[in-house]
Design a protein around this ligand. Structure first.
Ligand SMILES: [Zn+2]
Length: 306
């Protein structure tokens, strides 16, 4: 038992098929000393644990975790909360339900759909004939996998050849309607622009609820937002730890290069921040506790013991 993995998703996150029990078996096989389930916006994994005889499967320890996408300045960033106390789980769940539950997301998706259909008129495009279908509770494909309605909307548009001119120069959308969101909904000059920022909790709110529940706030994979521009990464980190109560930074992550890792570790040491790491496990492309064959260990993570 010597390695750790503090960034693991389960089937309560999109694009992950592994149950909590599957993960526990893998964690045992990999001899992990500590793990944390960090699903997107949900604590369901910890509810699952209540009906699993964990000690029969996994001999290591589990710390609580969650990953929440939130608004920082004009960016949507991920934040991870660790070690919130189970006695406050209901408070946290209540907050999640209010801020980012599936019901809430579904509601936003409906709003976006209505908005996008209005925007259609500006292009004189054909409205999906069976508009009702899109809004029908049963048929509308609003899911955890599609946070934004652009996908559903693009699929409807693509049904009419009269609409296809819209996608000239963006033919990729014909085969992959999901791109509609990136190309049109994220472009502020497009009538299909959707201001996703209004759908996200603010960083301050996330920090407040996690701290209120006795937890710690970490910035995961901080390098991924800046296309490896070191000066931007440094400025982002300096700003965020100065302006907000950040407890630590995820220094070990598959999207953080070796060089960046060294930088992040130095940064944490100089600012007295806690260090964490994990594989951001979603599927078989990653092995729990390992980054390119390198074992993530708890050597510089004393915070997990206190
Ligand atoms: Zn993650």
């Amino acid at each position: 038992m010597d390695s750790v993995d503090f960034h693991i998703h389960t089937n309560h996150s999109q694009k992950c098929e592994f149950s909590v029990e599957d993960i526990l078996r893998r964690a045992q096989k990999s001899n992990l000393e500590y793990i944390s389930f960090t699903d997107h916006g949900t604590t369901e994994a910890y509810k699952d644990l209540e009906s699993i005889n964990t000690s029969d499967i996994y001999a290591g320890k589990i710390i609580t975790g969650i990953e929440i996408n939130c608004l920082y300045k004009d960016m949507c960033i991920d934040i991870v909360g660790y070690k919130y106390k189970m006695k406050y789980l209901e408070d946290l769940n209540k907050w999640l339900k209010e801020k980012i539950s599936f019901e809430k997301t579904a509601h936003f998706q409906q709003e976006q759909l209505e908005y996008l259909i209005k925007a259609l008129k500006k292009y004189n495009l054909i409205l999906p004939e069976n508009k009702k279908l899109m809004f029908n509770e049963k048929n509308v494909r609003i899911s955890k996998d599609n946070e934004f309605a652009g996908f559903v909307f693009a699929e409807e548009l693509l049904k009419y050849k009269e609409n296809l001119w819209l996608f000239e120069g963006h033919e990729g959308i014909l085969n992959s309607p999901g791109l509609f969101f990136k190309v049109f909904c994220c472009d502020i000059n497009s009538p299909f622009y959707v201001d996703i920022k209004s759908y996200k909790p603010k960083l301050k709110e996330v920090i407040d609820i996690i701290h209120k529940c006795g937890g710690l706030i970490f910035v995961p994979h901080p390098t991924v937002y800046f296309k490896d521009d070191e000066s931007l990464i440094e400025r982002f980190l300096n700003d965020i730890v100065t302006e907000y109560e950040i407890d630590g930074i995820e220094c070990y992550h598959p999207d953080v290069s070796l060089e960046q890792r060294e930088f992040l570790l130095d940064f944490c040491n100089s600012k007295n921040l806690k260090i964490s790491g994990g594989t951001d496990f979603h599927d078989d492309s990653r092995v729990l506790g390992l980054l390119d064959g390198y074992k993530i260990t708890s050597d510089n993570m004393n915070w997990i013991y206190s």
